[in-house]
Write a protein that binds this ligand. Sequence first.
Ligand code: FE2
Length: 286
Amino acid sequence: MDKAQNIAIEPLSKVLGARIVGLDLRLPVDDSSGDVLREAFSYYSVLCLSDQEIEADHQADFASLFGKVDRSPHRPTDNPNERQSTRGVMYVSNIKRDGKHIGVLPDGEMHFHSDGSHRENPYRATSLYAIKVPNSGGQTMFSNLAAAYDHLEEETKKRLEGLTANHVFNYNKTRREDIPKNAEAYAEHPLVRTHPITGRKSLYLSRLMTARINGLEEKESEELLLDLLDHCESPEFVYTHEWVPGDLIIWDNRSVNHARKDFPREQERLLRRFTVSEPGTSDDEV
Ligand SMILES: [Fe+2]
């Protein structure tokens, strides 16, 4: 095996995340470095590489190190600076050009969630690259769901054993009362999941997308969900990332939730997103 490029790993916070130093993603990542990145990704859940001057193809290549990059187009890019060959790219933005939004910015993102949890096969990872960020606000918060699970009372851990919950597509809703109970796009997942690489257990639920725990009365389900959601979102489990243009982040949707902070609408924010799926799964889900 070839020698890994000169990579340094620096923790971003006490709770999760690491900064990867020493890689220029305009250049190919060698096999050993790929192994180092994948191990750090599983262990730290969030990786940040700063000062990257990359185009969409570079970001897609980077995301491919962690699984299958979704190649089906989410929506037209409307961005003349991007190479036409790139598919599967989505822009997260409030910017308008010629009266048209060049990306999406649903309000629901401001609640913690895990991308694609409404799918039978949720996204393994999500990658965001910061092109333009506001002077204030617009940070992304990450919550460590494995640490949140570890800190539950033993009694609660027992209560959660074997329980599943329904997750729905809810990005345009901002209140839990508006969660559609009979949404077309929904999936049932265990409330506690075991990470396939680290073997760590974590909670799997979110304020934005988890509608209800199966097998419990509606009131009991909502009370338990709200208790668990408050617990997951307590500051001791959360890292807040202040974006700088050139930051590339990839996070593990199996072990962290994320949420965007609000920002002044007159300021511009533009991030480029790729999702990473489990290999062998279909691109056809909503
Ligand atoms: Fe998201």
